[in-house]
Design a protein around this ligand. Structure first.
Ligand code: ADE
Length: 236
């Protein structure tokens, strides 16, 4: 699976993608994540050269019909996506999906992640900022609007990271065998590890501490009862 992220802030992804399961998936080439910044595709009067020689690449403009905030212009985004699709087209047997993030879009779920991992070789994600991207971009690219929840975020970068993480878990090889099995099982929402009895606050003179025990069933060795208990606490 190849993820292609169109964003004005590629550095926002750096630390997350280096860590843990996703970092390993990239290192082992089960997935790849590449970035294209629409700012690099600004042309014409929006490429402003200042008297001191500095250049501003202006990606946004005011909304037609008025209103607060700025809109990301269609052209730099379309050019950025064109640079991606040109690269993708050089490979055989590709299945490409374009996703545009919007709070009003289709709700992202694990089922969506599973279908996407099966169906596509390349997913292009358009991350908006400010008031959003000119609506003609999604129409031209036949992009699907996707939401990660009923709240408004500042941009599409967090939703993109959520999709990369969740879809990658469905790509063969990304999770170890045990991790995959665990994902398929009805899993408890409560987990415990050593010690069997936790005292908190740490006991010391003048401090009243309380003891917190692990549910006895988990120490019973009775696997049937343990599975029943897990089902009972499961939120799935
Ligand atoms: N952009 C802003 N908020 C969003 C959300 N909740 N999901 C997807 N994209 C968004």
């Amino acid at each position: 699976m190849r993820f292609h992220i169109v964003t004005l802030f590629p550095e926002a992804f750096d630390s997350y993608l280096k860590e843990s399961i996703i970092g390993r998936a990239i290192a082992e080439k089960h997935i790849s994540v590449s970035f294209v910044n629409p700012r690099m595709f600004v042309t014409g009067k929006y490429k402003k050269v200042w008297p001191d020689g500095n250049v501003s690449m202006i990606v946004d403009d005011r909304p037609f019909g008025g209103g607060p905030g700025m809109i990301i212009r269609a052209e730099p985004v379309l050019r950025a996506v064109e640079s991606i699709t040109k690269k993708i087209a050089k490979r055989a047997k590709v299945k490409v999906k374009v996703i545009h993030f919007a709070p009003s879009g289709e709700k992202f779920t694990t089922a969506y992640a599973k279908t996407s991992a099966k169906k596509y070789t390349d997913i292009i994600m358009l991350c908006g900022r400010y008031e959003g991207i000119d609506a003609r971009v999604a129409k031209i690219l036949k992009a699907e609007d996707v939401s990660i929840g009923d709240y408004v975020l500042t941009g599409g970068e967090l939703p993109a990271m959520v999709l990369i993480d969740s879809i990658s878990r469905q790509v063969p090889g990304v999770l170890g065998k045990l991790e995959s099995l665990e994902e398929e099982r009805v899993s408890s929402s409560e987990f415990y590890t050593r010690p069997e009895i936790l005292e908190w606050p740490i006991p010391k003179k003048g401090v009243k501490s309380k003891k917190y025990s692990v549910p006895p069933v988990l120490l019973s060795g009775d696997h049937k009862k343990i599975e029943e208990w897990k089902k009972g606490t499961s939120k799935n």
